[in-house]
Design a protein around this ligand. Structure first.
Ligand SMILES: C[S@@+](CC[C@H](N)C(=O)[O-])C[C@H]1O[C@@H](n2cnc3c(N)ncnc32)[C@H](O)[C@@H]1O
Length: 290
């Protein structure tokens, strides 16, 4: 049972609710154009490092004929995904040793996973399990635009808390997070070097702006709440990660501040007081063929 990612790095709500927005049906046509998959075919798709399952859920909606399998090493994510995204085969499994026969899939796909796994193994395993002519899709987050509403600005107590935490935080080294980052040029080159053909690149721009008139009230509140879950789970993970350095009371104070700030932002939204805070996520999609 492995729960390293969900306990110490990003919680299930952080990943699930942010990705539900990033892979909302509003953005379906952008992604589908970049994926370039054949429509109406019973494709066998494997998602690698699926986390709590939001992308797998989107693939299930966007390619209803496809058979989707999604794996992750983290058992808590797999349990969460099974509960929230029906119609998909979710499995615990390791990307460095995929539990599938050679030539099992038409498509492999991953989102924000490639930077954590040694490229030779990550792409080598995908080449092995893909059928000849199969498609490998690698999605990775790029520099976007992030502007917070004034009411969400960090307060002095929060600044002090995070400054204190920072000095004990060795998460990245301890768990080899982001050990293999690649630039927009290095990533397609890596696929090419590992033996993929017809490699291409593309970018999806995902504009998450609650005050935008095209955004429904439910979606706007989901955008605000997703950031709230992220902030709350970040505090909770500190308590698990360095229990001797911070107290439960200190963490509770931080969580109360977060809830109060996000309640204020929701109230502003409900009163129609526009803040124009925004998250524009840029997702790079690299596509290669076996
Ligand atoms: C940044 S998260 C992204 C999760 C998901 N793709 C998403 O976008 O919400 C990275 C994921 O990769 C998974 N992961 C990291 N190394 C892995 C490995 N060797 N095998 C399987 N999963 C792995 C982690 O458990 C985590 O769920």
């Amino acid at each position: 049972m492995n729960t390293i990612w969900s306990n110490y790095i990003q919680g299930p709500k952080t990943l699930y609710y942010s990705r539900k927005l990033r892979f909302d049906d509003m953005f379906r046509e952008q992604y589908k154009a970049l994926f370039g998959l054949e429509e109406g075919k019973k494709l066998k798709i494997l998602e690698i490092g699926c986390g709590p399952g939001a992308l797998a859920g989107a693939l299930h909606r966007w390619y209803p004929e496809a058979e989707i399998t999604a794996i992750d090493r983290d058992s808590e994510f797999i349990a969460f995904a099974k509960e929230h995204e029906p119609g998909i085969r979710f499995m615990e499994g390791d990307a460095t040793e995929l539990p599938f026969e050679e030539g099992s899939f038409d498509v492999t796909i991953s989102n924000t996973v490639s930077e954590h796994i040694e490229p030779g193994v990550f792409y080598g395993e995908q080449l092995r399990v893909l059928k000849p002519g199969g498609v490998c899709l690698v999605l990775s987050a790029r520099k976007g635009v992030h502007v917070y509403a004034k009411c969400l600005a960090k307060r002095a107590e929060e600044e002090a808390f995070w400054k204190k935490v920072e000095q004990y935080d060795d998460t990245m080294e301890r768990f080899s997070i982001c050990k293999y980052p690649m630039s927009e040029a290095e990533l397609p080159l890596a696929l090419q070097t590992q033996g993929f053909q017809n490699v291409s690149t593309g970018y999806a721009a995902i504009n998450l702006t609650p005050d935008h008139p095209a955004v429904s009230s439910d979606m706007a509140q989901a955008m605000i709440n997703a950031n709230c879950y992220t902030a709350l789970e970040a505090v909770e993970s500190v308590l698990r990660f360095m229990p001797g350095q911070v107290t439960e009371d200190e963490c509770q104070v931080m969580k109360d501040i977060v809830v109060e700030k996000y309640d204020t932002r929701i109230a502003q939204y409900n009163r129609g007081e526009k803040q124009w805070d925004t998250n524009v996520n840029i997702t790079m999609v690299v596509r290669g063929e076996k």
